[in-house]
Design a protein around this ligand. Structure first.
Ligand code: F6R
Length: 609
């Protein structure tokens, strides 16, 4: 959510900042801007829309070379997307420029104070107060001014600040919004995530909350807010740069859908214990006694990760007999949840930075619960603060609509349930078949991907429909929720996921011949009852698209629009059915010509509440 990139070094920073912004664009793309220092003056350039607009503005202008600059791509929180609201924000005397991710909650009070002191505001943003505050507090020492300014801020922030009088440094601060610093020879790059850094260097420092970094071309010094120097480790990140490229696919989303056999393969690799027919998952750091001591699991997450959590609930209850509840992370954190030392609070987050999920983790820890996390982004805040958990190894997910992270999350949850199950009530023999099935997940996904042309045809036939229901039961109910989320976020069609039994309790009133219902009716428990619900929809003239098990003849008479997934155990169906639904959503959005990787109003990694 919003992207920051900043550069100081021996090269011209402008093209580097533009390419960094392009890599970060998935985090926000309603406007962008750059500020750089040249001959002790700050120049700034801002444009509404994608980074390409900023790039053409810069190409047309006679911009001088600069070796130090900060840049930002925005996802609006305060004020419409406009040039004035785009970052960087400059102070009244134009000697300080700031880029900010996060939200400053007390900005109104600060703003009226600063206005009373004569500061001239140009934007409606909360962020601009930071530039003016620094100007007011500056006494010849940028680091001291920034340190004093952040003490006055309430909220979340990741910041990069430059001052025209101190062109030899960038000051970066982190509090609740990630900042990572890449270190290379004669240059340093600051960014809100690794994607803007890994093409330059794999040596990085992740800032912790309240760290203030003084970054020069040749050095990174970190202090706490009391100005005491602190040391942070330099990490070497294992990130394949090409993973953040489209590699010939039209969209990142399509690439990531097709990457799922490999991504899930990576999530599973080395984690199945064939000697004991269990799962290893060493990052969970739980021995057999820990596994039986846990009395209850609470899964807290948001969006697609929340839907993965719902499937996890079924796995943990079904396989391990463990009481499991799933909570929207924001609700969990404010609801005064009942947890104790025998509760495991499991946070699921692709990015590992989602503000509400992070807050849920902190709340659970504070209340004495055990915690663990399932994250994709290595070194992310949730993964670090949870102290134990399972990485997905899905590779970077760039498409805003989450796809491969979901199937990896579900695969990891299945392995986790297997591990708990083996400790609690599953026999060696019970587990053998499940292990076999888990190993075949990549193959099963592959079989769904082979149906893509057929799914595309169905999507084209129904792309005009502006209202959609998705229905399912049991393991296919959370799939209905995820399928509806996917369709609405990239096609902008109204879509809702329901338990198949729920339609007749109200929603069925909406159905007519223009309102498709997608029924998830693979041949596992609940199929026969879902057929009854399909009949009810057809009786209201609603067109029905059915996702069924390959070779299941019993459903062909209900629809011409049959999507097939391979026959597998019920535990695998939520994965294969979701892949089919991802393709359906993708092709509907493509048929409508929507901006699939950067859907309107959305951004990857939601770091505000
Ligand atoms: C939907 C989507 C979002 C995220 C949600 C949580 O396609 O991507 O709903 O799943 O914002 O994000 P993470 O998993 O990063 O915590």
């Amino acid at each position: 959510m919003c992207g920051i990139v900043a550069y100081i070094g021996s090269k011209n920073c402008i093209p580097l900042l533009i390419s960094g912004l392009q890599r970060l664009e998935y985090r926000g793309y309603d406007s962008s801007g750059i500020a750089c220092i040249h001959k002790s003056t700050i120049s700034d350039y801002k444009a509404v829309g994608k980074v390409k607009e900023l790039n053409s503005l810069i190409e047309k202008s006679s911009i001088d070379e600069s070796q130090v600059g900060i840049a930002h791509t925005r996802w609006a929180t305060h004020g419409l997307p406009s040039e004035a609201n785009a970052h960087p924000h400059l102070s009244t005397n134009r000697k300080f420029a700031v880029v900010h991710n996060g939200i400053i909650e007390n900005y109104k009070a600060l703003k009226s104070n600063l206005e009373a002191k004569g500061c001239k505001f140009q934007s409606e943003t909360d962020s601009e107060v930071i530039a003016h505050l620094i100007e007011q507090l500056y006494d010849g020492d940028l680091v001291a001014a920034v340190a004093s300014a952040v003490k006055m801020l309430v909220g979340a922030y990741g910041l990069a600040v430059i001052a025209s009088d101190e062109p030899d440094k960038i000051v970066a601060v982190r509090n609740g919004s990630p900042i990572v610093i890449g270190i290379s020879e004669n240059e340093s790059i600051i960014a809100s995530d690794l994607s803007a850094i890994v093409s330059h260097t794999k040596q990085v420092i992740f800032l912790n909350d309240n760290d203030i970094a003084i970054v020069t071309a040749s050095n990174v010094e970190i202090r706490n807010q009391e100005n005491v120097p602190i040391s942070r480790e330099i990490d070497t990140v294992d990130w394949d740069f090409s993973a953040a490229e489209k590699s010939g696919y039209e969209h990142f989303m399509l690439k990531e859908i097709f990457e799922q056999p490999e991504a899930v393969g990576n999530a599973i690799r080395g984690r199945l214990d064939h000697v004991n027919n269990s799962a290893l998952l060493s990052g969970l750091n739980m021995d057999a006694q820990d596994l039986v001591t846990i009395k209850r699991i609470i899964i807290a997450a948001c969006g697609t990760s929340l839907n993965a959590g719902l499937i996890g609930e079924y796995y943990l209850e079904d396989l391990a007999g463990l009481v499991t509840e799933v909570e929207q992370a924001a609700e969990f954190r404010y609801r005064n949840p009942l947890v104790d030392a025998e509760t495991l609070c499991l946070i699921i987050s692709q990015s590992g930075e989602t503000a509400d999920s992070l807050a849920a983790l902190r709340e659970a820890k504070l209340k004495g619960s055990q915690v663990a996390a399932i994250c994709n982004v290595v070194g992310s805040t949730i993964s670090r603060e949870s102290g134990r958990g399972i990485y997905l190894h899905a590779g970077p997910e760039i498409g805003v609509a989450s796809t491969k992270a979901f199937t990896c999350q579900v695969s990891v949850l299945l392995m986790m349930a297997l591990k708990f199950a083996r400790a609690r009530r599953y026999t060696y023999t019970d587990a053998a078949e499940l292990i076999n099935e888990i190993e075949k997940i990549p193959e099963y996904i592959d079989a769904v991907l082979k149906q893509s042309k057929k799914i595309e045809k169905i999507a084209k036939r129904w792309a005009h429909a502006t209202n959609w229901f998705f229905i399912g039961r049991g393991y296919q109910y959370p799939v209905a929720l995820e399928a509806a989320l996917k369709l609405k976020e990239i096609s902008y069609h109204h879509a809702e996921g329901y338990h198949a039994a729920e339609l007749k309790h109200g929603p069925i009133a909406l159905l007519d011949e223009n309102f498709p219902v997608v029924a998830l009716a693979a041949d596992i428990d609940g199929k026969d009852k879902t057929i009854g619900n399909i009949e009810e929809c057809l009786a209201r003239k609603a067109p029905v698209i059915i996702c069924a098990t390959q070779g299941d003849k019993s459903l062909a008479s209900y629809t011409k629009d049959l999507i097939e997934i391979p026959a597998s155990s019920k535990y695998i169906v939520p994965i294969t059915a979701t892949v089919a639904m991802q393709l359906l959503a993708y092709y509907v959005a493509k048929e409508r010509g929507e901006d699939i990787d950067q859907p309107r109003n959305l951004a990857k990694s939601v770091t505000v509440e």
